[in-house]
Design a protein around this ligand. Structure first.
Ligand SMILES: CSCCC(=O)C(=O)COP(=O)(O)O
Ligand SMILES: [Mg+2]
Length: 226
C-alpha cells in the first residue's frame, strides 16, 4: 500500500506530553481568569462562552461560573472544544512573549521534513484547536514549521476516538483513507482511524507497549513505501 499523506497527533506523538501538561496547561490555567475578564466582550470570546454555557446546560451562567468551569476542565484534561478554542487564544501571548517555544522531538522534526521532501503531504489532527496547533508549530523549538503542513484538523471535525472524524478528514484531504497514515500515542484514536480505513502507527516513546497496531519508539522507525 502506498502512503500519500500522513496525519499526525501532537501530544505524545510529535511533542512531549510534559510540554503540554507542565507548560501549556499551567500557563492557560494561570492566565484564563484575567484573559476572560478583560476579553469577555470580544466576538470570538463571546461565542466560546455561549458554547461553554451549552456544554454546562446553564444558558444563564455568569462569567465567574464559566471561569470556574473552564479551570475545572483544564484540571481534568477535558477535551471540550470551547476550552480548546479558548486555550488557543490565551497561548498567543505565551508564544509571542517567548515564555516558551513549542516542543518537538528531534526525530519528529527530522522525519516530517524528510517525508515532505519525499512528496508526502502532512496534516495535523489534535484536540488542541487549529489556532493552538499553528502556534505550536509556528513557534517551535526549530522555528516556524508551518510550511511543512498542508492542513490542520481539530475537534470541530469530530472526536478523535470516533471513526467518522477520520472519514471526514480523508474526504477533506481528497484521498482514500487507505492512502493516509495516522500517527498517535493513543490506541483508541488509532482504532477509530483504522475503522475508517487508515493505516496506523502507535508511538510508544516512553515505555514498550503491546498492540495490534504497528508500534514504534520514534519517527525514524516508521518505514514508508511512498
Ligand atoms: C495543539 S497544542 C495543545 C494540545 C492540547 O491542547 C491537547 O489537548 C492535546 O491533544 P492531542 O489530541 O494532541 O493529544
Ligand atoms: Mg496524543
Amino acid at each position: 500500500m502506498t502512503i500519500k499523506a500522513i496525519l499526525t497527533d501532537i501530544e505524545g506523538t510529535t511533542t512531549d506530553i510534559n510540554f503540554v501538561h507542565k507548560v501549556l496547561f499551567p500557563y492557560a490555567y494561570e492566565h484564563l481568569p484575567g484573559y476572560l475578564r478583560s476579553h469577555a466582550d470580544d466576538e470570538a470570546v463571546q461565542s466560546i462562552l455561549t458554547e461553554a454555557r451549552e456544554v454546562l446546560g446553564q444558558p444563564e451562567a455568569d462569567l465567574e461560573t464559566l471561569i470556574s468551569a473552564f479551570l475545572n476542565w483544564i484540571e481534568q484534561d477535558k477535551k471540550v472544544t470551547a476550552l480548546k478554542n479558548l486555550q488557543g487564544l490565551i497561548w498567543v501571548s505565551g508564544y509571542e512573549n517567548q515564555d516558551f517555544t513549542g516542543h518537538l522531538y528531534d526525530d519528529a522534526y527530522e522525519y516530517l521534513q524528510h517525508w515532505q521532501q519525499q512528496g508526502i503531504d502532512l496534516y495535523v489532527f489534535s484536540s488542541g484547536s487549529v489556532k493552538a496547533q499553528k502556534l505550536l508549530f509556528g513557534h517551535s523549538d526549530f522555528g516556524d514549521l508551518t510550511p511543512l503542513f498542508s492542513g490542520y484538523y481539530d475537534t470541530h471535525i469530530g472526536h478523535k476516538r470516533e471513526a467518522s472524524a477520520y472519514r471526514k478528514i480523508a474526504e477533506d484531504i481528497g484521498l482514500p483513507a487507505t492512502e493516509i497514515l495516522f500517527l498517535s500515542d493513543i490506541v483508541e484514536e488509532l482504532n477509530a482511524a483504522r475503522e475508517a480505513g487508515m493505516a496506523t502507527v502507535l508511538l510508544a516513546r516512553d515505555e514498550p507497549v503491546a498492540s495490534d497496531h504497528l508500534v514504534v519508539e520514534n519517527f525514524q522507525q516508521i518505514a514508508l513505501n511512498a
